[in-house]
Design a protein around this ligand. Structure first.
Ligand SMILES: NC(=O)c1ccc[n+]([C@@H]2O[C@H](COP(=O)([O-])OP(=O)(O)OC[C@H]3O[C@@H](n4cnc5c(N)ncnc54)[C@H](O)[C@@H]3O)[C@@H](O)[C@H]2O)c1
Length: 333
């Protein structure tokens, strides 16, 4: 489907589900971006779930988002159970505004929902010449080291930095070996998942996506990964005042109430300590990229391949699997 047409279709659906035009467009842009960067598991395939949550009154389509200035550089946002894209859009705009003014911004967001790809927001700060971090929690997927029950989300950590070119450095990774969205898509399409990324509910390795969803996902780097997931749970749950320690609701199958997800955005100017950041980042990237390479390999910095993928995909139509196209048609009818 043509990108513009798909964007209009998503907006139209969300307006039907009571979002205003501006918020519907914010969501459409974020979902289209996921498709273009090659993350369809966070793209249009999720629209049905967001609409179902609105219908069941666990996402508020007309939130009254409150921004409280805690100090010159700190804001605290109550997203009023809005769809995560709108909460995060408000959050990153506030973060950029503060950081441009004071040099550093620290913005916590509570009562939000699933916001998609962290890198999408961090890229917006990087475009304004800021370095930035994003943290968000997510529904239980990972067990703590030594445990056999999920309690931490895949809790992505994202860091972005301007570079000497227009391709930003965006390191954006889940704390699980693969993200949950990929497992959900595999389960829907009856496909298997790679070996070594998940255990079934009995603690046995599995490549069956459905069994993995009811079991546990394995963290990156063993106890270090589950430690990082725990850190994100503290920062975006306990610290920000959102759900934590296993209490974030699964957006697909827990409709007992809002997810109450928390996000934390931090951004700062690149000249806080040095005057030649842009010059030195160029030196840094060149040195790293020019080390001897394994035969047949190339060194990319995080975000580089995604940038090229998006550029290429932006010139093409977006492929929508027929089952998802059917979902979109049903949502409009
Ligand atoms: N909102 C949520 O609840 C939630 C939860 C989990 C993940 N996510 C999002 O899902 C997305 C995908 O997460 P993921 O863990 O699957 O990421 P991934 O494994 O695809 O990539 C992780 C990072 O590694 C980099 N990378 C990949 N291949 C590389 C290479 N060859 N050389 C150098 N760098 C390379 C990528 O640019 C990226 O920054 C992220 O945007 C994340 O924010 C969201």
């Amino acid at each position: 489907m043509q990108i513009q047409k798909l964007k209009q279709l998503i907006s139209k659906i969300l307006i039907k589900y009571n979002l205003n035009k501006k918020d519907a467009e914010i969501c459409a842009k974020a979902l289209i971006n996921a498709e273009l960067v090659g993350a369809p598991s966070h793209g249009v395939s999720r629209l049905k779930m967001y609409c179902e949550r609105i219908k069941k009154k666990v996402i508020n389509p007309k939130p009254k988002i409150k921004i409280k200035r805690v100090s010159n550089s700190v804001s605290f946002i109550d997203a009023d159970n809005s769809i995560g894209f709108v909460a995060a859009d408000t959050g990153i705009k506030e973060t950029i505004k503060i950081a441009k003014k004071t040099g550093i911004a620290f913005v916590g967001i509570k009562n939000s929902g699933h916001y998609g790809l962290s890198g999408y927001y961090i890229e917006q700060a990087v475009k304004k010449n800021l370095l930035a971090f994003a943290f968000t929690n997510a529904p239980p997927a990972i067990a703590p080291h030594g445990g056999k029950k999920t309690i931490f989300g895949t809790n992505p950590i994202c860091f972005g930095s301007p570079t000497n070119s227009k391709i930003p450095f965006i390191f954006d990774t889940s704390m699980s070996i693969i993200n949950r969205g990929k497992i959900r898509v595999a389960a829907k399409l009856n496909k298997s998942i790679p070996k070594g990324v998940a255990l079934d509910k009995f603690g046995k390795q599995t490549t069956n996506a459905k069994k993995a969803l009811s079991g546990v996902q394995l963290p990156i780097a063993g106890f270090r990964g589950s430690g990082l997931a725990w850190m994100v749970d503290i920062l975006t749950g306990v610290f920000v005042g959102s759900a934590h320690s296993g209490k974030v609701k699964d957006p697909f199958d827990d409709f007992r109430g809002p997810q109450n997800i928390g996000h934390l955005f931090i951004a700062f100017k690149n000249n806080l300590f040095v005057k030649n950041f842009k010059q030195q980042i160029k030196v840094n990237i060149n040195r790293v990229k020019n080390i001897p390479k394994i035969k047949g390999e190339k060194i990319y910095y995080p975000g580089e391949r995604k940038f090229f993928r998006k550029k290429l995909n932006s010139k093409k139509n977006i492929k929508i699997p027929s089952s998802i196209k059917k979902d979109l048609d049903n949502l409009l009818s």
